[in-house]
Design a protein around this ligand. Sequence first.
Ligand code: SF4
Length: 457
Amino acid sequence: MAGGTAAEGGAEKEDQRMQSQTGSRTALVEDLMGRFPDVPREAVIKEDLLRGGMAFDESALSGSSGTGGGEVKPKSYFIFSFDHRTLPELGAAALNRPPEEIVLTGGPYELRRTVVSVRVNPDSPYRVGAGDDGTLGLYLDGVRIADVGLPPMPDYYRHTLANGKSVMEVAPTIQWGYLIYLTVFRVCQYFGAKEECQYCDINHNWRQHKAAGRPYTGVKPVEEVLEALALIDEHDTARASKAYTLTGGAITSQVGGKDEADFYGQYAKAIEERFPGRWIGKVVAQALPREDVQRFHDYGVRIYHPNFEVWDKRLFELYCPGKERYVGRDEWHRRILDSTEVFGPENVIPNFVAGVEMAAPHGFTTVDEAISSTEEGLRYFMSHGVVPRFTTWCPEPTTPLGKANPDGAPLEYHIRLLQTYRGTLEEFGLSSPPGYGPAGPGNAVFSVSSFMDSLTG
Ligand code: SF4
């Protein structure tokens, strides 16, 4: 159960104590690098950037408003905002987008190539900017700790669809071009405080892009998706793109006369008919009954992500009230395991949001408890051959959990999770899940958590 005594002391307090004693985030990072030498140093930095964000000097912004001009691939806002401020609060970083991702190398920690998704936080102690020699670097507490590479603007982003929409709007790519991210339904039918997941800003992100006058298609027509994919197929001559993900909000009734399986499935069917086997097809959707899951597979989807979000029963009920009300946690888990009969256990990869276990006021107050709960969930799935994966929680300010926990979860939680994840995976004789590109420090491209950076390559 959640909780923990004041005497045990919260890990967040431990983070704060470490920082206030030494006055620096650097001390916290180096302390954890020293205490957990089996976790790659790259992952420590990456987790800290993902949980707390990074600031940008204006010189390090992409110089693109998202229209395809410029040399740097801009942040596409592919589903959630993944920022620590709202667009109106971001100023220049909103008008002149930051890059989608950055890649870190070198510096005093001798970082191997590390791809990190960009989450903007103007108050972060991490800052991306140009050094005296003009080259971009990542600065922590004012000290340069890595060289920074920016993703080049892909050729396919320079083209538009016949109706003028950009490829970035319809079919953005992430993970250094590996994954085409097709958020084909930009809102969620779990709506409002009593239904929305408490860490999710999908509906807010939709509203803020609309309010800013940005193109942001609510339901992407199948034909537009195919047209954008044709541009990617034609111009991605290095064939860096290897997979696509179909996703969006939960559908509790219908969209365009279709239920969730048929709605998301129709895109896979059209893609597989037009580009058979060109990419690995994945879908992130609710844990659906077996016959619906079968339809996904029949449509051509090969990897199914029925996300379990957070393991602890009480926290799931509190954080995912819509899912609890419509499906319920036990049934959700049963459906995840049932879907292995359709997809094979190795192709069922449920996500969880790493860090929300420790969100105040309901979460665990010690890292020990939070890790032990998460480990229980990992063991439950891995004992059935199912390998979950996780996204590092970004406490977006318009979500209830983000508002109450602007600093996110303690860094120690994230580091110990990486250790626990790898240990549990090895214990059950499993390896990294398919569809995530290469594993291992220096090789991984998965950008929204460092679980792939922490596994053996
Ligand atoms: S189901 Fe929850 S996490 Fe998924 S889009 Fe809806 S509110 Fe967000």
